[in-house]
Write a protein that binds this ligand. Structure first.
Ligand code: CA
Length: 279
């Protein structure tokens, strides 16, 4: 009888344990947030070796100028610090000044929310300025290198300012999709602006794409937002290239800041209160 009771207890404990695990798996959420807070206004504090904050700085200077990245304490929306970036115009080099978070694993079916506060200085045109990239480098067919530099081997989607009125839009050129536009709100300048980008990821038209500025929904559209194996195969076949998308595809890298400055003038912006969450 004792033996039976013990066995029963073990069985009950085991099944209870199993149940807990499975319910956890169903509700796995990933959250990374950063308010750019530092002890000494030191940019190095954003890149600790344990990987708990940002991974790397992407700084590509034009030939005759040096882009800038600093921590500031005179403008912020939370805490006492924000990130300040300045990128000079591109010349033969595409000018970039942004930061990267690597090691993500955001896949088809995930609901992902990415939010941050941006303060873009000045009143000059910022047409085609790119603020965020969500990318997959691991899906690239490594046998295809001709005419595709390392920078072009990471397909993904981007948040870009479109048109002369600086409308925030979702750019899908790198996954052979059209840009998802809104023309309701021009990006406000010389003030803090809260941006929320929400998606349900899919490599078919089932994907969902939403964009909010200062809490107002500006875009809510179905559409592909991940690389699609058949589309990639077809696009490359048109150039006589065999391309096999490496599946399962997942986004592993997010870049935020001035991920490309194609404008004619300096771009200076501040960022605070970043958050990425998947569920
Ligand atoms: Ca902050």
């Amino acid at each position: 009888m004792k033996y039976f009771t013990l066995t029963l207890i073990i069985l009950v404990s085991f099944s209870a344990c199993k149940k807990d695990n499975s319910s956890e798996e169903e509700n796995i959420t990933f959250i990374f947030q950063d308010g750019f807070e530092t002890q000494n206004n030191s940019i190095d504090e954003l890149f600790p070796l344990d990987g708990s904050r940002w991974t790397t700085i992407q700084q590509v200077n034009p030939l005759n100028a040096t882009n800038e990245i600093t921590i500031i304490n005179n403008e912020f929306t939370e805490g006492q610090n924000a990130l300040r970036l300045l990128a000079h115009p591109s010349d033969t080099q595409i000018s970039k000044m942004d930061i990267e978070k690597n090691g993500l694993h955001i896949k088809s079916g995930d609901k992902v929310s990415i939010s941050a506060d941006f303060f873009i200085k000045g009143t000059q045109s910022i047409e085609n300025l790119v603020l965020m990239d969500l990318e997959s480098c691991s899906c690239w067919d490594s046998s295809v290198t001709e005419n595709y530099g390392i920078e072009n081997q990471c397909p993904g989607i981007r948040l870009k300012l479109s048109g002369t009125d600086n409308y925030l839009s979702i750019e899908r050129g790198k996954i052979a999709g059209s840009t998802l536009h809104q023309t309701a709100v021009s990006f406000p300048r010389n003030q803090w602006v809260s941006v929320l980008w929400e998606m349900t990821l899919s490599d078919t038209e089932d994907g969902l794409n939403k964009l909010f500025i200062n809490g107002i929904e500006l875009l809510n559209e179905n559409g592909m937002n991940m690389p699609n194996a058949q589309i990639f195969s077809n696009v490359f076949a048109n150039q006589g290239i065999n391309f096999t998308l490496q599946e399962p595809v997942f986004y592993e890298r997010l870049q935020i800041g001035i991920t490309a400055n194609p404008t004619a003038e300096n771009v200076e912006l501040f960022i605070d209160n970043f958050l990425i969450k998947t569920e």
